[in-house]
Design a binder for this molecule. Structure first.
Ligand SMILES: Cc1ncc(COP(=O)(O)O)c(C=O)c1O
Length: 422
């Protein structure tokens, strides 16, 4: 299917749903309801993914084992808590296109970002800058500025923010490469969102990594909006580190546990400065309680604390669904859903609206951001009143994300009809 074969009749949405290999997955999730008991149109899984129905059983298993076993659950729970995070390693590696040694689930996203910068942002007088995308998520902006200041530099001179060309919304990859080539020798770290939270642009991570490494820069990615959304090949793309959260596309629940990737080439590097904690210590000697830190080789060596089991259980429930559905199938449906949404919006929207997300499917994920020139916030409020759950991002965008695991083509059709009506 390509975009030219989309059709504006409602029967088309029905036909697409009938052919959808993931159609039954919707029943695996709780869909928020309207007052009359009907399902809301939930296009906000880029902010908070819906609850898989299996989460309860996974979490209750741990509650039961805690009830029955107390501390012994660390060793004798059905899924012992001592190695519990390891139950997620294979699936996480598969989803992120990484080797098992390169991934770990731990902490929350901004915490992991800081931990990674402790190791991978080592500014010198000659090379002290951080390159981020303009309009990066505020937490990333705060994190990089505070790291720059922590090292005694000034964000006003050490932070470079990529901007699109005047009149454009997406940042062209060739412009990113040109900037890196020009200023790379002064850049210590390139840190981009895999998918920008505001525009929905999916950056060409492999090309950017290559350009950065050619200039001697460290390259990392914040994959909050990419994990579980687009197909990732983190090992092959060769970036130095990545971080992500699990409460958006990964459906592991509000504030759930985050993830971290450290490329294999750094697995044994004890020269890197890092903040250490006992859970990153060699598993064989961790309980000898010795004073000297010996990191586990690989991403696990960056762990600080023993992890929270209940969020890990929720994440396991969701990752089992991802495994069963397959990321390639999820992405294939996502491309059709956003293609269809764009097709309908193109048919019906007037000049008050502009889709700022790239039209090239390779450069976007499940989200389309619609810039509304006038009265955008009021329109968003009306959408919410019509039981469409999407979100509004200042200053002027409605973000809409049909999620392949639980949204349908008919919902896309209905959404555009409601928008037209308003
Ligand atoms: C791109 C990006 N980075 C960072 C964060 C902050 O995440 P956390 O609060 O889990 O640290 C978010 C949250 O939505 C985000 O979208």
């Amino acid at each position: 299917m390509n975009t030219t074969t989309f059709d504006a009749r409602p029967s088309f949405a029905g036909e697409m749903d009938a052919q959808d290999p993931l159609a039954t997955y919707r029943t695996k999730f709780y869909i928020p309801k309207e007052k009359n008991g009907e399902d809301c149109i939930y296009f906000c899984g880029n902010s908070l993914g819906l609850q898989p129905k299996t989460v309860r059983a996974y979490v209750e298993q741990e509650l039961k084992d805690w009830e029955l076993l107390g501390v012994e659950g660390h060793f004798h729970a059905k899924h012992p808590w001592m190695p519990y995070h390891e139950f997620l390693t294979t699936q996480t590696a598969r989803l992120m296109g990484a080797k098992p040694i390169e991934v770990v689930v731990m902490n929350s996203l901004t915490v992991n970002l800081h931990l990674m910068m402790v190791s991978f942002y080592q500014p010198t007088l000659a090379r002290h800058k951080i390159l981020i995308e303009g309009n990066a998520f505020p937490s990333d902006q705060y994190a990089v500025k505070s790291q720059i200041a922590f090292h005694g530099f000034d964000p006003a001179t050490s932070l470079i923010e990529l901007q699109p060309r005047p009149g454009e919304a997406m940042i062209r990859t060739e412009d990113i490469e040109a900037l890196i080539e020009k200023e790379g020798q002064s850049i210590a770290l390139i840190l981009l969102g895999g998918v920008n939270y505001y525009t929905g642009q999916c950056f060409e991570m492999e090309r950017i990594t290559k350009a950065g490494h050619a200039q001697g820069c460290v390259v990392g990615f914040d994959l909050a909006h990419a994990a579980g959304n687009v197909v990732l090949k983190l090992h092959d793309w060769n970036g130095d580190f990545s971080v992500w959260c699990s409460y958006k596309y990964l459906n592991a629940g509000p504030g759930s546990i985050a993830g971290c990737f450290v490329h294999e080439r750094h697995a044994q590097n004890t020269e890197l400065s890092r903040f250490a904690g006992w859970w990153g210590h060699d598993k064989k000697t961790r309980f000898m309680m010795g004073p000297d830190f010996e990191p586990i080789p690989g991403a696990e060596g960056w762990q600080l604390s023993n992890p929270p089991i209940l969020p890990l259980a929720a994440l396991r429930a969701s990752m089992d669904i991802f495994d069963e559905a397959g990321m390639e199938t999820i992405r294939a449906k996502s491309i059709l859903l956003t293609g269809y949404l764009q097709f309908l919006l193109d048919q019906h929207l007037n000049e008050n609206f502009f889709i700022i997300t790239p039209r090239d499917i390779e450069q976007r994920g499940a989200q389309l951001s619609i810039r509304v020139k006038k009265n955008g916030r009021a329109l968003y409020d009306k959408l919410m009143a019509h039981n469409v759950i999407c979100d509004w991002r200042e200053p002027d965008a409605i973000r809409v994300a049909p999620i392949p695991l639980y949204n349908s083509f008919m919902e896309v059709y209905k959404f555009v009809e409601i928008l037209r009506g308003l």
